[in-house]
Design a protein around this ligand. Structure first.
Ligand SMILES: Cc1cc2nc3c(=O)[nH]c(=O)nc-3n(C[C@H](O)[C@H](O)[C@H](O)COP(=O)(O)OP(=O)(O)OC[C@H]3O[C@@H](n4cnc5c(N)ncnc54)[C@H](O)[C@@H]3O)c2cc1C
Length: 319
């Protein structure tokens, strides 16, 4: 089964309700695959995840990715990296066999969560200019290369606020905002959208995983002199019970001192905290500017020095 929209989700729910499904193999290890892994484990299914690439969450700093992988394994999910998938066979016992160059994975449900591509065939066939991954290219007013056609949502590209380059990052806020902006523009209220920072968050069992902006490889590829730091801090003040570790990675450009991106993994205090560096990226702040930001503190929510400020204080030493 594929998992692309709400109907797919309902179909999976229906299948789980109608049959006794005890095991699943998920093809893919992106955020949707990981969220489904959690959902299926919560229903008591045995779950294996499999993908051809050798690196788990390759966009995430390896130290942070290791924490997420550990969380999956602690929840008895099988993580099979670097496996070239061959085919899926169904047996006479109505079992599925997922064949790869590794051990055969048997299951009753195989879920395909291998990513999405822009639904831009219409734009391509109409001869419109295409952007990254063949998305429909739009300007800041959401106009395509044809002056009578706008495009909004996962089918279209956007400008990245850090690099100024066109990117294709299919996420809900941009899609929604672009839809509103098109409505404004066609009804005579001109709007321009500055772009996206690629801010994203997801949950894997008890972990929150978040990112905004560029990682080191992306920053280097975009021509920046990228430098990064990785720190561990706490989600609450040291004397407050229930604190857990927050892992923070932060990237800056040596030439300008500008913040390029941040990533975080932790059990609490990650999901909304990522919005602070996201705003800093939109504002084009340097790490020095960010360090001076007046971030909130109270013992149940943060150490006096927020984990983001601790990371920025380390990062500035490397600039
Ligand atoms: C399982 C899953 C989980 C996700 N979780 C998150 C999340 O936590 N956070 C986040 O930011 N994003 C998330 N996303 C991404 C988010 O859902 C998309 O970015 C967002 O829905 C894109 O909106 P859209 O309107 O461009 O496309 P869609 O929501 O896909 O809507 C497109 C609509 O166009 C219709 N359509 C397609 N072709 C045609 C045609 N030729 N004619 C007429 N109608 C057509 C489709 O039927 C559909 O109704 C998730 C996506 C998936 C699949």
């Amino acid at each position: 089964m594929a998992l692309k929209n709400l109907e797919d989700g309902r179909a999976i729910q229906g299948l789980l309700a109608a049959k006794t499904v005890r095991s699943a193999v998920i093809l893919g290890m992106g955020y949707i695959a990981l969220e489904m892994c959690e959902a299926l484990r919560a229903r008591g299914l045995a779950v294996d995840l499999i993908k051809p690439g050798p690196v788990f969450l390759p966009w995430l700093h390896p130290d942070l990715a290791a924490v997420v992988k550990q969380e999956l394994e602690a929840n008895q999910a099988g993580v099979h990296l670097g496996r070239q998938l061959q085919r899926i066979e169904s047996t006479e016992k109505k079992e599925l066999r997922v064949l790869s160059d590794g051990p055969v994975l048997k299951c009753e449900l195989a879920l395909v969560a291998t990513g999405v591509t822009p639904n831009s065939r219409l734009a391509e066939r109409a001869g419109l200019q295409l952007g990254p991954q063949k998305s429909s290219h739009v300007d800041k007013t959401l106009l395509t290369s044809c002056p009578d056609i706008y495009a909004a949502g996962d089918c279209a590209d956007a400008v990245h606020v850090v690099t100024g380059r066109d990117v294709w990052i299919p996420l809900a806020l941009r899609a929604n905002r672009a839809g509103w902006a098109v409505a404004d523009n066609v009804t005579g209220r001109p709007v321009e959208l500055p772009g996206v920072a690629g801010t994203a968050v997801f949950k894997v069992f008890d972990l929150q995983v978040a990112r905004t902006g560029l990682n080191v490889a992306e920053a280097q590829e975009a021509g920046f002199d990228a430098v990064e730091t990785v720190i561990q801090s706490r989600s609450r003040a040291h004397a407050h019970p229930g604190a857990s570790t927050i892992h923070v990675q932060m990237v800056a450009d040596r030439r300008t001192g500008k913040l390029m991106g941040a990533q975080m993994v932790g059990r609490e205090g990650v999901a909304h905290r990522i919005n602070a560096p996201a705003v800093a990226l939109h504002a084009g702040m340097t790490v020095a500017d960010f360090i001076q930001c007046d971030l909130a503190y109270a013992p149940p929510f943060s150490p006096v020095w927020d984990p983001l400020l601790t990371a920025a204080n380390q990062l500035i030493k490397a600039l």
